[in-house]
Design a protein around this ligand. Structure first.
Ligand code: GAL
Length: 710
């Protein structure tokens, strides 16, 4: 493995070859099974196991008394057999002695009730004693296993901010107080930032500040909540950093430090930059089909929701993989779904159909994973997850899932030989995100209704029209080159805008970029205060228009739509009436509102502003997939390197490229065979089957092809 500096701001550690792993729990099994299990894994092409991430009590059965026997023996066996190991730090599961002796380490629900021992992730990041005890166990494990020849990397904790991403313990209130004091210095500044003049909320003593718990109608101060989410993220990063610093003292130079994400209220980019060498994701696309307690399919429920991508089902996990890639261009999958997944009390799901386990693993590789580790080798016979099936079932016999994993392993070998490892994803356009606006959308229902709808529709348009996207992280210090790497950037609803970001976006457009903004852009400042400027606030110079009037969608006057070039489009969620005094060559109205009862019919809904060498589209609403496609067509966005391929909607197209060689992943999510077509005059080779493809070619249900120019 080598450490590289990517073109983006993040560091990323590349695997030297495409690698297959599995999650294993030696503490769940009779030792007599270990050797046979490792032999079967190796025979299946699995060369790495992730272990020990929930092992705190095994390693520290009594406070300060560290024991290593069980894992020593297992690691010795791994070294003997040539199996490599990723060690977990076990801080997601504090021992019973710890939570009993130091109850302040427990997190609480919003009403202040502590979570008790019995599940996991019930701790908080801020209790000093938890930080101390965590440092103790990490130090003990790192100093003991750091130089072990079988160990190749470390996973910190498990799924930081999973299960819950909100913290309401006394320790959190104390830490929030300190955090706010550090940020604002004086109570005067804090009161100003939190807008406490409203409803007599003024703080007169630091001790009065608490994490935002239960209030009537859930209507807690939005500016304080925005800061609370920033605080939760900082707490998680600080806790991870504490562990990373210890691991770095003891690990071998080439070994990596990682964790498995992506969860809410967490600046994952900062987590990566401050703490990690490599980011990993846990991919469970079968969640799309799980039944919850009310008997709803998650996907069906989503399809019934007003703003849905239910139609993309398991394919929606490609969006999460793209989010992961934005954090770390060369990422790994620490947990890849290998069977039906359920807890005893949560969800119940169908088994992956034949072909789906391989399809989902390839989905991860297509999006940039060079390491894929399945969850888990064998299904647990005990505990909450007895129905979270791994590769093998409780009966321990070879099965179709193992056969599929082995097929996938052979695919990986072929792709490795073809030089795929380390290849970069190539996008047709970018979708900007920033954490301030993500947190604000959690606080602000108006914001979230637009943000959720638009992101999903931009994603769906990208997927179904085969124009893959990258997520692009934006913050004040982002270099312009991070933006100019993309000819087209959507930034759907940046309600919070800063001077620095507005200047960056303007520079991006002036040098030739195409920026696409949606309603309510530039409406707030960094504290979430509404600005006293015409919309889109600081972005008005780049958008070239201002917002005159607006309304949230009004079901009583439906249907309201908009029309562009004689074609009708929907006008979902929010409608801003744009002010254009005079159309010029540099400022054009592209679409106008329509609707019999609509009081703003005929008014501008979408404009195009030419600025320097580039342009800015401003849509006074949320995006529909049809509108996204119309804008992408206008901007000339195409499938990179393989334009002209004829692909049905149900086939996902993803491109990776390295050393001038482009690889096209075609993933068929349909339950039936589909027909594709190569552009005339070009011949391709399928790296998995060796077939030559020209003209029409078929893909079976759940089939995968990886294609290069012949
Ligand atoms: C993940 C978690 C694993 C396991 C898996 C299946 O979120 O990291 O430990 O619980 O889900 O539920």
């Amino acid at each position: 493995m080598k450490l590289i500096m990517s073109e983006q701001r993040v560091q990323s550690m590349q695997f030297g070859r495409l690698t297959m792993g599995v999650c294993y729990y030696p503490e769940h099994w009779d030792r007599a099974l270990w050797g046979e299990d490792l032999d079967r894994m190796l025979a299946a092409g699995i060369s790495v196991v992730r272990i020990a991430e929930f092992s705190w009590t095994m390693h520290e059965p009594e406070e300060g008394h560290y024991v290593f026997g069980l894992f020593d023996d297992f690691l010795e066996l791994c070294a003997e057999k040539g199996m490599q190991v990723i060690m977990g730090t076990p801080t997601a599961t504090p021992p019973a002695w710890l939570t009993t002796r130091y109850p302040e380490v427990c997190n609480c629900s919003i009403d202040g009730t502590p979570y008790v021992h019995g599940a996991r992730r019930h701790y908080n990041y801020n209790a000093e004693i938890y930080r101390e005890k965590s440092a103790g166990i990490v130090e003990a494990m790192a100093s003991h296993y750091g130089q072990h020849p079988a160990v190749i990397g470390w996973q910190i904790d498990n799924e930081i901010n999973c299960e819950t991403d909100e913290f309401y313990s006394e320790a959190d209130s104390a830490a929030f107080r300190a955090w706010a004091r550090e940020r604002y210095g004086t109570l005067e500044a804090l009161n100003e930032a939190w807008g406490t003049a409203v409803w007599s909320q003024t703080y007169t003593d630091w001790e009065e500040i608490r994490v935002p718990g239960h209030v009537l109608n859930d209507g807690h101060n939005p500016h304080m909540k925005l800061d609370y989410y920033r605080f939760v993220s900082d707490s998680a990063v600080r806790f991870t950093r504490l562990q990373a610093d210890i691991l770095r003292k003891y690990k071998k130079p080439g070994d990596f430090i990682t964790t498995n994400g992506l969860f809410g209220n967490l600046d994952n980019h900062r987590l990566q930059d401050d703490c990690l060498d490599l980011y990993m994701y846990d991919s469970y696309p079968n969640f799309a089909y799980g039944l919850n307690r009310e008997g709803y399919y998650r996907a069906r429920k989503a399809a019934e929701a007003p703003y849905s991508t239910g139609d993309l089902e398991d394919r929606r996990w490609s969006m999460h993989l793209a989010e992961t890639r934005s954090v770390c261009p060369h990422f790994g999958i620490m947990e890849q779904q290998s069977g039906p997944g359920s807890w005893t009390n949560r969800m119940a799901g169908p088994s992956p159909r034949p072909g789906q386990v391989r399809l989902w693993a390839m989905q991860s590789v297509a999006h940039g994973a060079d390491y894929v580790s399945f969850f888990r080798w064998r299904t647990a016979p005990i505990g909450t997850e007895i129905y979270w099936y791994g590769i093998l079932g409780h009966d321990n016999r070879d099965n179709r899932r193992l056969a599929e994993v082995m097929d996938f392993g052979k695919d990986l070998e072929k792709l490795d030989q073809a030089g795929l490892c380390g290849a970069a994803h190539v996008a047709a356009f970018g979708l900007i995100r920033d954490y301030d606006n993500q947190y604000d959308a959690r606080v602000d229902d108006w914001h979230s209704r637009m943000a959720w709808k638009s992101e999903m529709e931009i994603w769906a348009a990208s997927e179904l029209s085969h124009r893959p996207l990258d997520f692009v992280d934006l913050r004040d210090e982002t270099p312009l080159e991070a933006l100019t790497a993309y000819p087209v950037l959507f930034y759907p609803h940046p309600m919070i805008m800063t001077e620095a970001r507005a200047a960056l976006l303007k520079a991006y457009v002036e040098q030739g970029g195409t920026l696409v903004l949606g309603a309510r852009s530039g409406y707030k400042d960094a504290e979430g205060h509404c600005v006293m400027m015409p919309g889109p606030g600081l972005l008005a110079p780049v958008a070239g228009v201002t917002v005159g009037d607006f309304t949230m969608e009004d079901p009583s006057e439906e249907p309201v739509g908009q029309e562009m070039d004689g074609t009708g489009y929907s006008a979902p969620v929010f409608r801003e009436i744009l002010e254009v005094l005079e159309e010029t060559a540099d400022l054009r109205v592209l679409s106008r509102y329509t609707g019999e009862e609509c009081w703003y019919a005929g008014k501008p809904a979408l404009t195009e502003h030419v600025l320097g060498a580039g342009r800015c589209f401003y849509l006074g609403g949320a995006f529909s997939r049809e509108m996204v496609n119309a804008i992408l067509d206008r901007a000339g966005a195409k499938l990179p390197c393989f334009a002209g391929m004829q692909l049905p909607e149900m086939v996902e197209a993803v491109v990776r490229e390295q050393d001038g060689r482009a690889y096209l992943f075609l993933l068929n999510y349909a339950r039936h065979e589909v027909l594709c077509g190569a552009p005339e005059g070009r011949t391709f080779r399928d790296l998995l089957t060796g077939e030559t493809l020209d003209g029409a070619f078929r893909m079976p249900a759940f089939g995968v092809r990886v294609v290069t120019e012949a």
